[in-house]
Design a protein around this ligand. Sequence first.
Ligand code: ADP
Length: 226
Amino acid sequence: MIYFDNVSKIYGDHTAALDNITFRVDPKEFVSIVGQSGAGKTTLIKMILGEEKPTYGAVYFEETDIHALKKTDLNNYRRRIGTVFQDFRLLAHKNVYENIAFAMEAAGRSEEEIAVDVPHVLELVDLGNKIWNFPHQLSGGEKQRVAIARAIVNQPDIIIADEPTGNLDPVNTYEIIQILKKINDLGTTVILTTHNKGVIDSLGRRVVTMENGKIVRDDTSGKYML
Ligand code: ADP
């Protein structure tokens, strides 16, 4: 589904942020990317989103070279990816319903579809009772569940979750990971970056370990050793 073909990224005259990376993510996989700060995780995610171009090599989505796409095609491609970040990125002046509706409007969905899908997707993240709350009335874990609902509402092929539990306590971390697992079980590919060893161990899925821009381990069974 995603294929990195000998990808290197060199920012300015720095050392390589990505150093000759070759790896594949298959449809419906749940892949965790781990590594210390500066290892290259964010750069790798930006490559998949088409936000940074490789200095060498190419990144493919299915048969398409992402970085050869024209602007309109790149935007269409990005709609196939839902994103979740550590800092939630909710719109503070919109309630939960409106935050999710906004993502649907941007994708050209009708008011009728929005009225049906928003409550449905909130049930999926177990937040049906907070539909009219504003972000400041939600806990961190609840905010992240809204962000996940927003990421999945347009039925993307892939969810990219970049340190989604970085601001959460262990109980909320566990809940968020369970929700991502559920989404993966429903057929969506999930790519997760995390520092959290507990998360990785509890998942028991593929773990790709990065160090200095290189992939140094790729474990299907899910081990995290730094
Ligand atoms: P991680 O997400 O694992 O912390 P990053 O991908 O953010 O790692 O960074 C990898 C390396 O690339 C680091 O050495 C970082 O300083 C460098 N880097 C990242 N983004 C830029 C940039 N825009 N300009 C210059 N160097 C960068």
